[in-house]
Design a protein around this ligand. Sequence first.
Ligand code: KG4
Ligand code: ZN
Length: 342
Amino acid sequence: MVENIKILGIETSCDETAAAVVTNGSQIESSVIASQIELHARFGGVVPEIASRAHVEAIYPVVTQALEQAKIKPADLDAIAVANQPGLSVALIVAVTAAKTLAFALDKPLIAINHIHAHLQAAMLAEEKIDLPAVALIVSGGHTSLFDCESALDLKLMGSTIDDAAGEAFDKVAKILGLPYPGGPSIEKTAKNGDPKAIAFPRSMLDRDSFDFSFSGLKTAVLYYCQGQDMKGENKVASMSEKEIADIATSFQAAAVDVLTIKTIRAADYIKAKTVLLGGGVAANSALREQLQKACDETDRKLLIAPRHLCTDNAVMVASLAYHKYKAKQFADLALEPKASY
Ligand code: KG4
Ligand code: ZN
């Protein structure tokens, strides 16, 4: 019998309300994302209470639209999946409550998904089989982590950031440079007109044996550059030319991408990885995609990157990973709670 497992995924861990229906883990029937970027833009970052309220308003229309687009009746779903960790508790709770309610009312299995693992799944979506061992780099606004990846469900954390996440550094540096939120895409756009070697910003590698990251020193170096070492001077950005700002943006991006690439290859060497996986919001960055591709080509490894539209938060990745948990009969019960930490 041909298998036809249809799963509804729901995601509200940060500032996107998302729902999707995916068949057999890879066939996307629908994907709906309501972004809150405009609500948070004037604060230069996500405000948890505003996010929570916006999720409450959006969750019903988003889920309804995902079912309509997929042309599926709720009763024909095989399971309901939800990202219940990590993220902002007040945001996660909205999807968790919606998923539990649907699972109870429809009498369908509930599947709990780790948001970080789901980002990784986005890189594996199109692959039938992955050459193991594999190293996975997840770079987002909240996380920067390296995993030893045995399968979609079997991930061992090798290292993560000890301070800011890479995406957070992009967002904060954009703010320093007066560029619009979210910072990642703004920096990437501005960086196109600059010289990546213009300013030698630090590459924090920590010690040679570590797979951890640190981005706060890099962010502070940009701040010092713009404001002077004593931090008492005025932010000089207002009087800088577009070229000067572009030089800072691209020099910062080059430093961040160098660290991410070198550490990923270091981790890949350590576990003798044949494959490298890249996912998360920052994986949309062209400089990172290109540099990691070059490093993988040079070390004879296959690189799998999430398609650009599935790098930032979405529910396709949640419903897709849930298929593997469905097959492994890893179900959650209705006592499922959101969990802020990884
Ligand atoms: O995965 P995501 O949507 O949310 C979290 O799970 O955090 O990632 C959002 C992050 C933001 O920090 C955003 O600035 C960054 O991803 N980002 C980028 C790019 N697009 C999004 N960073 C660098 N270059 C980009 N093109
Ligand atoms: Zn994310």
